[in-house]
Ligand binder design. Sequence first.
Ligand code: PEP
Ligand code: MN
Length: 392
Amino acid sequence: MSTLAAPAAPVQQPAWPDPGHVATVRDALADRPPLVGWAECADLLAALADAHRGERLVLQAGDCAERFADATDAALDARIAHLYALADALRADTGRPCVTVGRLAGQYAKPRSSPTQTLGDGTVLPAYRGDLVNGCAPTAEARRPDPRRMLTGYDSSALALARVRASRAGRPAAEALYASHEALLVDYEQPLVRAHATGRYASSGHLVWIGDRSRDCDGWHVRWAAALDNPVAVKIGPTTTPHDAVRLSRLLNPHGVPRKLAFVTRLGARHVHRLLPDLVTEVTRRGAPVLWLCDPMHGNTVVLRGGAKTRPLQAIHDEVAGFVRALRYRRQPPAGLHLEVAPDDVTECVATPEDTPAVPDRVALPRYTSACDPRLSPAQARALLAHFARLL
Ligand code: PEP
Ligand code: MN
């Protein structure tokens, strides 16, 4: 008999200044009502089963990092209306209805590739880790982790979920919008796990995903999500081996049900052709069932001279094309897209990086309001959906 290795220390957790204070916040979260009920998670599982049969496409989209300041009715309703508009456009382009899942109502914690940020004047600050942990403003004071933010995160998520539920009125139940976020922060997610009649689920959102930096099979995040009944997604970056992918699929979909698990590949336009075919082949042959989604954003980020991050639209389109081709070749359905989008006419992603290198970022990217990664404007998102529809 083999025993499971103890989960490795959770990655990307904040260094809270006062452990006693964190314990108080965790107790408070554990006493609060669930943010989402189990019945809604079960409805999403049923919708994802339709996607697994190819009857629906999945559109998962929203901000890279939500801000507490944007948890107002007007700002939430604008983002929600945009998600419905994108889902309607994808349905019109493909003839297939969508399962629409927002990066919304809890997308407040960010993994970072560097623990620090160096400002233009050389000042080094702790990185912004999302509103759930610290502030975005470039000062040492704002960047100090504050566990009380987890309670504000709960309240902001509750406001957003109220708008999500209100938005469903007058729309067919099958077109309901669901909420998802990266379940990164142990001290937030663990106290929000709740029991339902036959098991346990994360009550922080309908679908939770594990990021590319925390998908270690022996790590806390995978072990935690494996014990939950919610639909779960995992980001699959270019360092994921076929062996890892098979193991992840079995750990996260232990009963092999074809609705439970999505793999969100984010390999980059340059690597997708080389890496995706083997991943799909091995998971199809030896793994548990997964729904394959394409995140064409995170593998195609480039940094401009002034330090701003952007994403070339050509690379984004190319990765989607490579994704569809690889899945078709392996006779698996390309089930949908995972995007970072803004409801406003932002200039965060560029046509090609060559458009911009000669001018400072503030000229090249004048409407850049993302707190973290660059998002598609509404027109850019529509064009990408039309591209995906043509490929299908
Ligand atoms: C994200 O989705 O914002 C993100 C950080 O993605 P990844 O884990 O794929 O890098
Ligand atoms: Mn992002």
